[in-house]
Ligand binder design. Structure first.
Ligand code: PGA
Length: 249
């Protein structure tokens, strides 16, 4: 696992954009699974600027949705697909035909999850997983407990996640209790995982992710065993003395 500690959020975002840009240079048809959440927004803004300047070509990218609330259409203002479209797909001129959705409004959500996993397999897996770190150690909506080999599936959100997401919904009682999430199995098998972590509030969960026991009770701890992981954190989120860590700017 590579740890990169950046000075602050803007430098974290630029460093993450460099990782994605480097991948696009060598593999323009890369398969990306893409988080929503607040942490990657700076990365997406950087990529959008690079796209505007003609520095990256996104026309052959293939994008996979990471998670979605159960029961929402893709046009619902609260859907994660719509959020991804606004902050990532449209600014980067990525068409819907380049995206494999997790359809929250599917008639048979479990079958839709199986179809999603088949699509990931047919694509040869993810080249890059862009992930944030949940306050409870979830990746996507792989809530604790989640084993390392879980498929894409419907999951019940923990009270902690409902609480943390209430800010987007105007109150906890309005947050859906169930969601679809890309499974741990394919996420952990990504050829490269980029975990972005920012802010004091993530310090303790990041420490447990990096150094704690590997356990289904903290799904992100399985990253310790994944083949290639780059954690980019800002100083606020870094649990130990940053000076002791390689890669600090
Ligand atoms: P955040 O979300 O980037 O908004 O902190 C991360 C997560 O909950 O997975």
């Amino acid at each position: 696992m590579d740890l990169v500690v950046e000075r602050d959020y803007p430098t974290l975002s630029r460093a993450a954009a460099d990782v994605v840009t480097d991948l696009l240079t060598v593999k323009p048809d890369a398969r990306l699974v893409v988080a929503t959440g607040e942490t990657p927004l700076g990365l997406y803004r950087n990529l959008a600027d690079r796209k505007t300047r003609g520095e990256i070509d996104t026309s052959r990218l293939r994008i996979f949705q990471l998670d979605e609330y159960l029961g929402l259409t893709s046009d619902d203002s609260r859907s994660l697909y719509r959020w991804m479209r606004e902050v990532f797909l449209e600014p980067l001129a990525i068409g819907d035909h380049q995206v494999t959705r997790l359809p929250g409004d599917a008639a048979n959500p479990s079958e839709a999850c199986r179809a999603y996993d088949r699509a990931v397999e047919q694509a040869g897996g993810y080249d890059l997983a862009i992930l944030g770190l949940g306050p409870n150690g979830h990746l996507g909506f792989n809530e604790p407990p989640s084993d390392a080999d879980t498929p894409t599936r419907v999951i019940t959100l923990t009270p902690e996640t409902v609480h943390s997401n209430a800010r987007y919904w105007g109150g906890e009682d309005r947050v859906p209790r169930q969601a679809l999430t890309a499974g741990m199995k394919h996420l952990l098998a990504a050829r490269h995982i980029l975990l972005l972590v920012s802010g004091q509030g993530k310090k303790e969960i990041l420490a447990r992710t990096l150094e704690g026991p590997v356990t289904r009770e903290l799904p992100a701890s399985f990253l310790q065993r994944a083949q290639r992981v780059t954690v980019i954190s800002d100083r606020d989120a870094m649990p130990t003395s940053p000076a002791s860590l390689a890669g600090e700017v």
